[in-house]
Design a protein around this ligand. Structure first.
Ligand code: GPV
Length: 829
């Protein structure tokens, strides 16, 4: 005990300031202390990177302070908590977002300038945390930020990959992948919790044992690995609440008995143990496909088991009776990847808590909700039974038991419709027997959410039709959203200031519906001037980046036309390239007079292809060869410039999106579950050229058809077009541009043959030919609008004004109220 007479807590309070101080002098002292004691550099000599590190650590102190307060508050109130389980989080950089959410950005900027540093310059020192692939992973990050801002008691769980998504390097126009060893320079944003560890078991056998005359299953594992927690604080905006994203890292287990008979054995044994770390070492770079690899399954279970142990430990700290579990715990499965959680919770309740099947099943049915992010059956995780049985023998038994009960009940409800029973069964029969994780997730979740209205309709009528007919009440949707803190306040400070000025308040940063107020000024010429200035500032920033990266100088008068996202055939980057070739071809064939009317464009493409996705890699190469030709054609000059932005990630997006005039979202209708980049562009007043797919349909409702360039077949037209096969009529212009590629106009004739074959002669699954004419028309409409500056600016203002629906705050509130049943729990200090 401390002191005499006084309690320990009081004494501790007496020893410290209650809160860290945020005046410029205190901040300077804190930063210098971190330079000296954390970074271990002299306070008289440190560079930008060291200054960034010290700065990050002083911000981290403030995060920890608030997070502790939030924890204490949550423990006291004991609210129902949301556990958000996702194998991917694309957090990007943390510094700017943290200081803005903590409300200390200006104070830190002042303190730094007095020390001779510039905040923005130091912020550029930070690397990206790329622990995810694309939209799904960035959505998780946006949702965590909204959960914190809206004061929800939530915890995110994920994996602490040592290697994030590969870095994309372009050599000779080809994509190459380099490992992203992002922890090389340390990570000030995480807190290693070396005491929070759990043992995760693999392999082995299951035996029957009797305890108090009851039979129990006992799993004797063949391998054990430790999971160590790394906590990443997520501060809310305009609140003291700071929640945490807990990421698990694999470490060798101490429980292993090592028998060594000689030095060689001993060294081998230690090296083998070290292999345990490989479980969390690498993020799989193929989004939307599970390749049946054992390591990937191990990864999923490692993550699931550690998270479930942590959740149950927290519950048991405050509760004795598991019947209360559903009142305190909501488990959100982000796609099928974490759906082993269901079997794991069942296993713990049965084999470790001995609740018996009926009680355990009753609890499991009340706690899970599942969100799917795809329309394609190929993206659903299926695990070969043999693989699952060897790695997780007990889980396979449990899944079989769940399936047996389900199928027996189903027979009573739908009779002996064997085709339908086979489709709905968790077990897929065939040459290789598989476990369908989506079926498991649907059967055991109380709610299945889609990510846009259209997506949800497609789930009900196609992908999960059988289940929808059985349980219509389970199926819902929450249209995705993105956080305006990251996507306006952090990434577009000029626009942020402008919006606050015209709305007369900063309240829209927490309450995005206020953006609608901009509509009142959509034709105000003063706003128009300022709005154009903001766009210009952002275009200059982007142009400088392009020049630094590629040496290419681009004209600021040109339309910056951006198409950035993962490269996929269904997203149709190829359609964009064919359109560019067509544009080039047209310009080449114009007389001088007509050329004067051409709207100059800078066509910017960026995005990674999965390393094994051959067609996507060819698309990247095609863009480069076309760029090579056009950019070096003196005849064309500034009328058309092509730029590939390599290694597109969150921080690059923060730079690119505010600088875009037009953005493209070209997925074949019915293929993009939602799409979220479109929301970021919309908020930043960038016009959209898009198909009526995913969330775009809802955008049309918000901003009106007049303010978006739409093209292409609608969802209901797609099947008929496909059916036509080789008889499908495609425009001559389309055949002409494909022929140019085929005949080697851009070189690499043989290499691009398979690509051309895939879009001609009835093989054009994604309907590039069918949509080509209307795509070119929409592009012409965009050109026409762009030359009418006043009209364009008005459209741009109306896009931002109408983007309110697409905030993740709205999404999260809907989830909280309708799916998770959680309440805000605001930490009031
Ligand atoms: I399944 N998505 C993704 O990024 N990776 C995946 O493996 C799968 C889906 C995306 C969808 O393609 C987008 O339409 C959607 O907006 C996003 O997930 C978030 O829901």
């Amino acid at each position: 005990e401390f002191g005499e007479g006084k309690g320990k807590a009081e004494r501790i309070f007496g020893l410290m300031d209650v809160f860290l101080k945020n005046d410029p002098i205190s901040l300077q002292k804190d930063i210098l202390d971190h330079v000296e004691f954390t970074v271990a550099k002299s306070r008289f000599s440190f560079d930008d990177f060291e200054a960034y590190q010290a700065l990050a650590h002083s911000v981290r102190d403030r995060l920890i302070e608030r997070w502790h307060d939030t924890q204490i508050h949550f423990s006291k109130k004991d609210p129902k908590r949301l556990y958000f389980l996702s194998l991917e989080f694309l957090m990007g950089r943390s510094l700017s977002n943290s200081v803005i959410n903590l409300g200390v950005r200006d104070q830190f900027a002042d303190a730094l300038s007095q020390l001779g540093f510039e905040f923005e310059v130091l912020a550029e020192q930070e690397g990206d945390a790329c622990l995810g692939n694309g939209g799904l992973a960035r959505l998780s990050a946006c949702q965590m930020e909204s959960l914190a801002t809206l004061d929800y008691p939530a915890i995110g769980y994920g994996l602490r990959y040592q290697y994030g998504l590969f870095r994309q390097v372009i050599l000779d126009g080809f994509q190459h992948e380099q490992p992203d060893y992002w922890l090389n320079f340390g990570n000030p944003w995480e807190i290693a919790r070396i005491h929070i560890t759990y043992t995760v078991k693999f392999y082995g056998t299951v035996t029957d044992e009797v305890l108090n005359k009851e039979k129990y299953k006992v799993w004797v594992p063949g391998e054990m690995v430790e999971a160590v927690a790394y906590d990443n604080p997520i501060p809310g905006y305009g609140t003291r609440n700071t929640i945490v994203l807990r990421l698990w890292a694999a470490k060798p287990s101490d429980q292993h008995n090592m028998e060594a008979y000689n030095t060689g054995d001993y060294v081998d044994a230690v090296v083998n143990r070290q292999r345990a770390e490989s479980i969390s070492s690498i993020l799989y770079p193929d989004d939307r496909s599970y390749q049946g690899k054992e390591l990937q399954l191990k990864q999923q279970y490692f993550f699931v088991s550690a998270s479930v142990q942590d959740i149950i430990r927290r519950f048991k700290d405050a509760h004795k009776n598991f019947d209360e579990f559903p009142e305190k715990v909501a488990l959100q499965l982000n796609d099928t990847h974490p759906s082993l959680t269901i079997a794991e919770v069942m296993r713990v309740l049965l084999d470790e808590e001995h609740l018996g099947w009926n009680r355990a099943w009753d609890i499991v049915c009340k706690i899970f909700s599942f969100t799917t992010h795809t329309v394609s059956p190929d993206s659903l995780v299926k695990i070969p039974v043999d693989l699952l049985g060897s790695l997780l023998p007990r889980h396979l038994q449990i899944i079989y038991d769940i399936n047996f009960n389900f199928v027996e009940n189903l027979k009573k409800m739908i009779g002996l419709d064997y085709d339908r029973l086979a489709r709905m069964s968790i077990v897929e029969e065939g040459a290789v027997k598989n476990i369908r994780m989506a079926n498991l997730a649907i059967i055991c979740s109380h709610t299945v959410n889609g990510v846009s209205r259209l997506h949800s309709e497609l789930l009900k009528t196609k992908l999960f039709k059988d289940f929808y007919e059985l349980w219509p009440h389970k199926f819902h949707y929450k249209t995705n959203g993105v956080t305006q803190r990251r996507w306006i306040v952090v990434s577009n400070p000029s626009l942020c200031a402008l919006i606050s000025k015209w709305l007369g308040t900063e309240a829209w940063i927490r309450d995005i519906d206020l953006l609608i107020g901009l509509r009142d000024y959509a034709t105000n010429s003063e706003l128009h001037q300022e709005w154009k200035m903001v766009k210009k500032v952002n275009k200059i920033r982007l142009a400088e980046y392009i020049e630094a990266m590629s040496g290419l100088k681009v004209s600021l008068d040109a339309m910056f036309d951006v198409h950035t996202k993962r490269v996929h055939e269904y997203k149709r980057q190829l359609l964009n390239i064919l359109g560019i070739i067509h544009r080039y071809d047209c310009i080449k064939n114009m007389n001088k007079n007509d050329r004067r009317k051409v709207v100059p464009r800078v066509c910017i493409i960026g995005g990674k292809a999965a390393p094994g996705y051959e067609m996507a890699k060819k698309i990247i190469k095609l863009f480069h060869v076309v760029a090579e030709k056009i950019n070096n054609d003196n005849d064309i000059g500034d009328l058309l410039k092509l730029v590939f932005i390599p290694d597109y990630n969150v921080s690059v997006a923060e730079l690119v999106i505010p600088g875009a005039d037009l953005s493209q979202h070209l997925s074949t209708a019915g293929h993009e579950a939602s799409g979220t980049s479109s929301m970021k562009f919309l908020m930043n007043g960038c016009l959209l050229l898009a198909t009526e797919d995913g969330s775009t349909i809802e955008m049309i409702e918000e901003i009106g058809r007049d303010n978006i360039f739409l093209f292409g077949a609608a969802v209901h037209e797609v099947p008929a077009l496909r059916k036509k096969g080789p008889a499908l009529k495609v425009p001559l212009q389309f055949l002409r541009v494909v022929r140019m590629i085929r005949e080697g106009h851009f070189g690499f004739k043989d290499y691009f043959k398979s690509l051309c074959d895939k879009i001609e002669g009835g093989n054009d699954y994604f309907l590039l030919g069918a949509d080509f004419a209307s795509y070119i028309e929409a592009q012409a409409a965009a050109d026409k609008a762009f030359v009418d500056e006043e009209r364009w600016t008005k459209m741009s203002i109306l896009c931002a004004a109408g983007s309110g629906k697409f905030s993740s705050d709205r999404t999260i509130q809907e989830y909280a109220e309708k799916t998770w049943g959680i309440q805000p729990c605001r930490c009031a200090f």
